[in-house]
Design a protein around this ligand. Structure first.
Ligand code: ACO
Length: 451
């Protein structure tokens, strides 16, 4: 099989959002803290009408409908999520209701979990399956979804919610490079969810930023090394048309691109430094591990990388800025944003790197080529047209007052373990085609309907 990758994609985000300007006022923080300091504009959220099963099902069903997928042509279905509503039963098994109805039950795959990385783990599993001796010629579907909520306090504006569904197979318009994935995995208590009675994580915000940036350093340098083995002329960021990141909030992504340039600077010879990084010689003796919170380094390399950021990364932040951190789908919302920001002609032949990060921690940098084989051009066009329709729905959402948002969060929190339970969140406000929770019974079995 050749050119294995993403054939089609669908993104779901909630129909309600809170404006970050309103939230700054409501939280009584300085004007600009969330909008400029974090770089966020709007935050999507779900009432108690939606849960991880429903949002994943909404994305999956839309992908199937829009692309006329024959359910018997799917041999693998897997989910990446960190939104746990059951310690045993997977979200994938719930998604099987759609397939089992049609008698399609010979479908491998199950859920993958580690913070925001689960979606990437599921995606790699599916790519690997198609490339393996176990493959039977059918396609795979990967669903990544999360409801990202924090308790009241500084992390709350970095929430979000959403799900992405991706169809995986050969002869794809978005092709994954083989043999160059670079991972960095280690143990850290930067963000974790040890309190099973609560939907909220424990988060050490500053440590989580340090972990993210050190994972980026490690993945980027290893990725470049592996790429140079394939192509000695590979020049890192300069050889890439785009660089996409998991986005906890957009400002961190901009800082990350600066960080990539700082790595290029550290790796360059002194002659190269003078040529490529004029005026930055004061950082000659700085060390990677001592600079995670070095304001001077951060500022200098953000200024240095501004044009590169605008060109290679900023187009990928539209969904992240307007929905927030969706956790597992965050990077894939970045991919969607990047694709709809350009025409198919502008995309063909381009190569970009993606950095996936999940706290605790698991991270990988890998790369995608657009239409390695030109015959996939019409598939790319279909993919982009369909995503344009999806992204346009951002403008059809309802803005909600922060007090209403806060009250809805309280309802979620208070009823996280209530059974039996009938949700009170509005059905009217949901987009057509959205799955929603109807009831949780005494045995904590959940029933859903589709709007
Ligand atoms: N105008 C403009 N900027 C402002 C203002 C203002 N009025 N007030 C503050 N800022 C800036 C700050 O200078 C800071 O910028 P900097 O990062 O360049 O220093 C930024 O806004 C945030 O302000 P802080 O005081 O540093 O933020 P705080 O401590 O309140 O929380 C944090 C920020 C740590 C990101 C918090 O939101 C959090 O814990 N989020 C969840 C964890 C997270 O997302 N981690 C990242 C990776 S892990 C993951 O994906 C979950």
């Amino acid at each position: 099989v050749q050119n294995v990758g993403i054939l089609a994609m669908e993104l779901y985000f909630p129909s309600q959002y809170v404006d970050q300007v309103d939230l700054e006022k409501f939280d009584e923080v300085g004007t600009g803290k969330y909008t400029i300091g974090l770089g966020q504009s709007k935050m999507g959220f779900c009432s108690d009408r939606e849960d991880i099963n429903s949002i994943c099902m909404t994305a999956l069903h839309r992908l199937i409908e829009k692309n006329n997928i024959n359910l018997h042509d799917i041999g693998r279905l897997e989910v990446g999520t960190e939104t746990i509503i059951d310690k045993s039963k997977s979200v994938k098994t719930f998604l099987m209701t759609l397939f089992a109805k049609e008698g399609a039950t010979d479908i491998e795959g199950i859920d993958s979990t580690n913070a925001c990385y689960g979606g990437t783990a599921a995606l790699f599993n599916s790519i690997n399956w198609v490339e393996s001796s176990s493959w039977d010629g059918r396609k795979a579907i990967v669903v990544a979804g999360d409801i990202a909520v924090y308790g009241k306090g500084p992390a709350r504006p970095t929430g979000g919610a959403g799900a992405v569904a991706m169809l995986i197979g050969p002869d794809a318009p978005l092709v994954f490079d083989c043999g160059v994935r670079a991972s960095y995995m280690t143990h850290a208590y930067d963000f974790y969810k040890p309190d099973l009675a609560s939907e909220f994580p424990y988060v050490d915000g500053k440590l989580s930023i340090k972990c993210y940036l050190s994972a980026l350093d490690n993945c980027y340098n290893l990725f470049c090394k592996k790429m140079r083995k394939e192509n000695p002329d590979f020049k890192g960021l300069l050889s890439l048309d785009g660089m996409l990141f998991h986005s906890p909030y957009c400002k961190l992504v901009q800082k990350s691109l600066g960080r990539v340039c700082f790595n290029d600077f550290l790796n360059a010879s002194s002659a190269e430094r003078e040529k490529q990084f004029p005026g930055l010689s004061q950082f000659d003796n700085h060390k990677r591990e001592e600079t995670y919170f070095d304001r001077d380094v951060e500022k200098a390399f953000m200024v240095y990388s501004e044009k590169l950021f605008n060109e290679k990364t900023k187009p990928s932040l539209h969904v992240a800025k307007n929905v927030g951190n969706m956790y597992t789908p965050s990077l894939y919302g970045g991919l969607v944003s990047y694709l709809v920001s350009k025409s198919p002609d502008q995309l063909i032949g381009k190569k970009f790197a993606l950095f996936s990060y999940g706290s605790g921690l698991a991270s990988t940098m890998y790369s995608i080529n657009i239409c390695k084989d030109m015959s996939a051009g019409s598939k790319l066009e279909t993919l982009i047209n369909s995503l344009n329709d999806t992204v346009a729905m951002l403008e059809k959402r309802q803005c909600v007052d922060p007090q209403v948002f806060s009250d809805l969060m309280d309802v979620r929190t208070q009823n996280y373990h209530t059974a039996p339970y009938e949700p009170s969140g509005s059905i009217d406000v949901l987009f057509p085609g959205t799955y929603y929770l109807v009831r949780i019974d005494e045995q904590r079995r959940r029933t859903y309907e589709r709007k």
